[in-house]
Design a protein. Structure first.
Length: 158
């Protein structure tokens, strides 16, 4: 069981103790996509969605999601985030909105989950904003692109 850091000696769940770890600058960048019809994408780009500016609302929702990650993912540590940046880009070739989130902090544990949550919540916000015009949108390809800091150092998605 010692290889599984989220289990105690009795096999129960636990939050990992990071109190002995040094604080380091940590960053994580994640991406994801919400696939829509070309017509929906055109409405998003033109501001034609009746609920409002889809990309701005989704950007704010993603930032809020990063900040609320420990409320959603049971074993995540509450972190003092020093920065959250979301970029939402219409991708006409894929008929999608690409969402990229970068999260930073200085601490004893990483921010990968916060970046992934930011992307996920932003995608859900796009869905919510556009569901009146399209129900069959697909959220997918959410992944960690890059991370720095900590014992394991840098990671780059291949």
């Amino acid at each position: 069981m010692e290889d599984f850091t989220h289990f105690n000696d009795q096999g129960g769940s636990r939050m990992v103790d990071v109190s002995a770890k040094n604080d380091t600058l940590r960053t994580a960048t994640a991406e994801g996509f919400i696939y829509v019809t070309p017509e929906t994408l055109a409405l998003i780009k033109s501001g034609g969605i009746r609920k409002g500016d889809v990309l701005t609302v989704a950007q704010v929702a993603g930032i809020m999601g990063a900040k609320r990650t420990p409320d959603l993912i049971p074993m995540c540590h509450p972190l003092l985030l020093s920065g959250v940046d979301l970029v939402l880009s219409p991708d006409e070739k894929a008929s999608a909105v690409r969402i990229e989130a970068t999260v930073k902090n200085r601490g004893a544990t990483g921010v990968e989950m916060e970046a992934l949550t930011a992307v996920s919540v932003a995608a859900l916000a796009v869905y919510d904003m556009c569901k009146a015009v399209q129900k069959n949108m697909t959220i997918g390809n959410i992944r960690l692109l890059h991370k720095t800091g900590g014992v394991h150092g840098e990671y780059h998605c291949s």
